[in-house]
Write a protein that binds this ligand. Sequence first.
Ligand SMILES: NC(=O)C1=CN([C@@H]2O[C@H](COP(=O)(O)OP(=O)(O)OC[C@H]3O[C@@H](n4cnc5c(N)ncnc54)[C@H](OP(=O)(O)O)[C@@H]3O)[C@@H](O)[C@H]2O)C=CC1
Ligand SMILES: O=C(CO)COP(=O)(O)O
Length: 373
Amino acid sequence: MSTRPIPVIGESAKRNRGRRVAVIGAGSWGTTFAKVLADAGCDVTIWARRPEVAQEIQVAKRNSQYLPGINLPKGLKATSDLAQVLRGARLVFLAVPSQTMRQNLIDIEPYLDRRSVLVSLVKGVEKTTTMRMSEVIADTLDVGPERIGVVSGPNIALEIAKEQPTGGVASCADLQVAQEIATACTAPYFRGYVNTDVIGTELGGVLKNLIALAIGIVDGVGYGENTKAAIITRGLAEMTEFAVASGADPTTLSGLAGLGDLITTCQSPLSRNNTAGRLIGQGYTQEETREQMQQVAEGITSVSPVLELARERGIEMPIVQQVQMVLQGRMAPKDLGPHLTTEDGVPQPELSLGTDRPGLWRRFVNRMKGTAA
Ligand SMILES: NC(=O)C1=CN([C@@H]2O[C@H](COP(=O)(O)OP(=O)(O)OC[C@H]3O[C@@H](n4cnc5c(N)ncnc54)[C@H](OP(=O)(O)O)[C@@H]3O)[C@@H](O)[C@H]2O)C=CC1
Ligand SMILES: O=C(CO)COP(=O)(O)O
C-alpha cells in the first residue's frame, strides 16, 4: 500500500477507525471498492453471492476471476451470508448489476439496520421502470433521501486496485452524510469529494456509458481522433442537457462524475462499454458481443430507457439515438457520427432547444454543442 503523506487522507483514516461498512457484490468494482474502504481504515466485510468467491477473498485475499494479480488487504473480510455482512454496518455499498438491484435490495431488507445508509456504486438504470438506482432504493425500501447515497467518478476498477490515484464524488441529499461516505472511501490513492446533487452524480455515470459505446463503435470501424473528439464533446452536451432536464445541476456534469468519467470510459481499453462498442463496430452482433464480454456493460441495457426518458422530456440525443440504431441493426457502424444525418447522408440542422429553459442555460448548451450550419 502506498504511504504518500497526504494530511487530509491520513486524517480520514483516523476518523474511519472502527467504522463498520458492508459491500454487496464481489465483482471487479465491489471488490476494488472494498479494498479502497479497507485501505481508508474502515472495518469492511464484502458479500459475494458464490461461497467460493467469498472463501477466496477471506482466506487467500484474492479475487482471481475479477482482479487477477491483485492482493487484497489483510483486514478485508468476506462472506456469502447476508446477515453477517450487514450486522452493525452503518454504510452499505451496493455493487451489483443494475438489473438485479431491486431483488438484491429485497434480499437484504430483513438484515438492514434502521440507521444504515444505502450507497449505490452502480452506473445503470432499471430497464423495466427507467429508474435510477437511488430511485430503485427509495422505491423498494422504506428509507428517506438522507439514507440514500451514490459514489461515482473516473473509476476503472483495475487501475484503482493497482492503487493508481484518482477520486470519486460521494453524493447524498444530506451533506453531512455525503461527507461521511467521502471520509469512509478516502484512501491514500482515492480521494472522496462531496456534493448534494444525487441526480447529476448518478446520471453522469449512466450517460457516459452510452457515449463510450459510441466511441467504441467508431473505434471498431477504424475512425480516428477527430470523430472521437467530436463525439465526446457533443456527447457531454447531450449528457448535460438530459441531466438538467432530469433535475441535475449542470456543473456536476463538468466535474469528476461527468466529464471525468466520460474521458476515462471513452479512452480506456479496460472499459467494458468501450470494448462492447468496439466489438459491435468491428461487425460482431449484440449477441456475440454479450457472449465475449465476461463482465457487466451497463450501457447496452441503459440505451432504450434513457431514450424513452429523453422523449418524455423533449430532449434530443442524436448520439445515443444512433447507438440504439446500430445496436438494433438499423444503422451501419460506419454511419455513426457526432450528428444525426438524413437518409441521403446530409447532416441534419440543429433542432431548436425548448423555450422553457432559462436563456443563460440555453446559450451554455448551444456553446457546448457548437452551432450547426
Ligand atoms: N468495474 C468498474 O470499473 C466499475 C464498475 N462500476 C459499476 O459497478 C456495477 C457492478 O459492476 P462490476 O463489479 O464492474 O461488474 P462485474 O461484471 O465485474 O461483476 C458483476 C458482479 O455482480 C454479481 N452478480 C451477477 N448477478 C447477480 C445477482 N443476481 N445478484 C447479485 N449479484 C450478482 C456477479 O456475481 P458472480 O461472479 O457470482 O456472477 C459479480 O460479483 C456496474 O453498475 C458498473 O457499471 C462502477 C465503477 C467502476
Ligand atoms: O465506470 C467505469 C469507469 O468509471 C467503468 O466503466 P466500464 O463499466 O465501461 O468498464
